[in-house]
Design a protein around this ligand. Sequence first.
Ligand SMILES: *Cc1c(COP(=O)(O)O)cnc(C)c1O
Length: 456
Amino acid sequence: MEELSRLFRSAADHAADYRRSLPDRPVGASIDQSALADAFSGPLPSAPSPPEQVLADLVAAAEPGLIASAGPRYFGFVVGGALPAATAADILAAGWDQVATNAVTSPAAIAAEAAAGTWLKELLGIPASASVGFVTGCQAANTAGLAAARHQVLADVGWDVERRGLLGAPPIRVIAGEERHGTIDRSLRLLGLGADVVEPVPAGPNGAVDLGALGDVLRAGPPGPTIVCLQAGNVNTGACDRLREACELVRRHGGWVHVDGAFGLWAAASPGTRHLVDGLELADSWACDGHKWLNLPYDSAFAFCARPEVHAAAMSYTAAYLVGSGGGVPVGADLTAESSRRARGFAVWAGLRELGRDGVAALVGRCCALARRFADGLTSAGFEVANEVVLNQVLVGFGDDVRTDRVVAAVQADGTCWAGGTTWRGRRFMRISVSNAITTEADVDRSVAAITRLAA
Ligand SMILES: *Cc1c(COP(=O)(O)O)cnc(C)c1O
């Protein structure tokens, strides 16, 4: 047992040392992929190895290939950091090795999910009666939400899709913004609807759906099973669809509204941005990430559904040996596509306790303010900010596409900060996402200076 304590402590120490190095460490990897492959490869040993040796070898092999995406100057994708208590809770979850299928396999994990789920709904303004599935990412949350949607719109016309599948089923219309996230299409593929089913709705100036166009698309097709995917947080611009008006339009026509709010739904948690997602409570299902803007460790996301019985009908299963699932209040695996599951609710609970309501609001508000600071700094330096910075996303142009791509590559190679490239409306941009609780004004200023220097 002494040895086990030493081993676990050593793993935690390595992780903490790494975290401490983040503010000063170059943001990119220090060796190339083939060198990393060499460091990890070799024949599968036939003999066992001492655990301390395995851990030391793993640290030595992996360290040079880690990306400082948990650090304060990583602005790629919408990655977010990892809060201390939430990370420590994940270390415990690994140590406890719980199976969060239901309250028989892990009463504590299910209780943590229940408490954290209540807090999440309160923070986001989702009805308290909604169900919450704790899933791996917003991809999985979109799949669960759209599975519930598929279930109900077909049930409304007398078709039980869970038993009969889609062969011979009445057709389903799926309406979604043309600037939707790519995971919506993958969810539709996984659900047997196919990506081509989407009737795209043109976007307005900043990338939110055009409401007039949404009305036109709704009216252009027959009544019947209809799913509408809205978005809170355009992955390029941060724009949020006008949820209240859009939901009211769909109500009048008939249909299920699913909101992909991977990061943008967190606008609800801060007084300064709450108006951007006004009316979100009118939707039927919501997908939101914990590992992005809430700064929980990967992987962690939430699938909310206004009708828990529909959510469970779409996702749950039972088996003769399974007790604790099926029937009663759906929990754990009743609401997700996994059967055996990691107990990720502990980290969610810990992260929300750590921040508190005020801390979540401050995190969202601060990231938005820092995104505006980025935009102001880069505009002053003479560069083009292409989007209206309403949330935490900034799109920057450095001239023509070739030049913009060269600046993005130079910034990534330099290592002061990291930002990705993107194509928006046919043009290349640098995409900056501010979503880490530990990013400061000084980090933004240092990054603006590096970008300006490299673009010169
Ligand atoms: C990131 C993102 C997703 C996918 O989320 P994962 O956590 O990567 O599965 C879906 N929609 C939007 C808008 C996103 O930003």
